[in-house]
Design a protein around this ligand. Structure first.
Ligand SMILES: [Fe+2]
Ligand SMILES: [Fe+2]
Length: 358
């Protein structure tokens, strides 16, 4: 018999449906883009690669992977309240970002269907994967008697407009960083099964291969657009997205160090491993990557995270808005200053490495 869980205090939209987390600069975004420009994109430079990726996607290697087997069918009462709260937060964040991918890919596929059939099918198949991922995470949430209303999210979230080139840089990175996050957690728990308190984590090995394939598709898209890697503008944009994605990662991982504690991972170490690997992988796609070995690289990123935690602390007080603003201002300026210094660290020329990395 299924027992009723002692409830974790969670703000609800209606019974059993979680009110979505407040949108901030650090929460997963929902995107729209210039669909006509994508439909007209000349992808001939990477035609072969994209055809090969399409065949891979049609093979649907994970079609039988996302099944809730017997291990899921049990009571989770034994997971204590705080652990459950941070885990639900992890599930919500992951589900939202998977769902954001689904919406973008689905819409891209629908809008370019008659004009760019190859890309349309690739996006359709990526949407299939992301729907599975989001659905699986939402089902996991329901084991804790809460779930997300994805229809409500679709209608009520703010959508950010990104030019197709920005979408390609940003989605490439989010797929590859997603891959490294999932595989790092999986490998860690393989060595330390005592921290595997819920069966979701053991699904990550095949799951992350979906993200890896999605990343490879965006790799081909990026390389199909010469302006994205063969111009000084492309170099600057590439670096900008690398730094933005890494800084967001550091800030969110440190903000949620409680969750990483529950699975026996040190947040700082996890963040560094994921960033180093994602940066290295990006050398296959981006014209330049960041120098993560520079002595100031992680020091400055982590300093930004410390300031971000101070900002949250101030935000959570009952002080008047104007006072909070004034108290937060120096931290915002310092974060900006540190990010600027990070941006100016001499990057590594990935084009020069091309041929040796692959
Ligand atoms: Fe995914
Ligand atoms: Fe993905």
């Amino acid at each position: 018999m299924v027992k009723t869980l002692p409830k974790v205090e969670i703000e609800e939209l209606k019974p059993g449906i979680k009110a979505p987390a407040k949108e901030t600069l650090l929460t997963p975004r929902f995107y729209i883009t210039d669909f006509d420009a994508v439909a007209n994109m000349d992808i001939s430079l990477q035609d072969e690669e994209l055809q090969a990726m399409l065949t891979e996607m049609r093979n649907d290697y994970n079609r039988r992977h996302f099944v809730r087997d017997d291990e899921f069918k049990q009571s989770w009462d034994h997971i204590e309240e705080n652990k459950r709260r941070v885990f639900i937060d992890f599930l919500e964040r992951s589900c939202t970002s998977e769902f954001s991918g689904f919406l973008l890919f689905k819409e891209l596929s629908r809008r370019i269907k008659n004009r760019n059939p190859i890309l349309a099918e690739i996006f359709e198949l990526m949407a299939r994967d992301e729907a599975r991922h989001a659905g699986f995470l939402n089902k996991a949430m329901s084991d804790f008697q809460i779930s997300l209303d994805l229809g409500y999210l679709t209608k009520n979230r703010t959508y950010t407009f990104f030019k197709p080139e920005w979408i390609i840089y940003a989605v490439y990175l989010s797929e590859k960083i997603g891959y490294w996050r999932y595989i790092t957690i999986y490998r860690h728990l393989e060595k330390h099964p005592e921290y595997q308190y819920y069966p979701l984590f053991r699904m990550f090995e095949s799951w992350c291969q979906d993200e890896n394939r999605h990343g490879d598709i965006f790799n081909a898209l990026l390389r199909s657009q010469k302006s994205m890697w063969n111009t000084w503008k492309g170099r600057l944009w590439g670096r900008f997205f690398l730094l933005t994605v890494f800084a967001t990662h550091t800030l969110t991982v440190h903000e949620r160090s409680d969750f990483y504690d529950t699975i026996g991972l040190d947040a700082k170490e996890f963040d560094r491993i994921v960033i180093r690997n994602t940066n290295e992988t990006s050398a296959r796609a981006f014209p330049e990557i960041l120098n993560t070995d520079h002595p100031e690289f992680f020091t400055r990123l982590e300093r930004c995270s410390d300031y971000n935690l101070k900002i949250s602390e101030i935000e959570n007080t009952n002080q008047p808005k104007w006072l909070k603003f004034l108290r937060k201002l120096p931290y915002h300026i310092s974060i900006f200053g540190n990010l600027l210094r990070l941006y100016l660290i001499k990057p590594i020329d990935a084009e020069a490495l091309r041929g040796t990395v692959r």
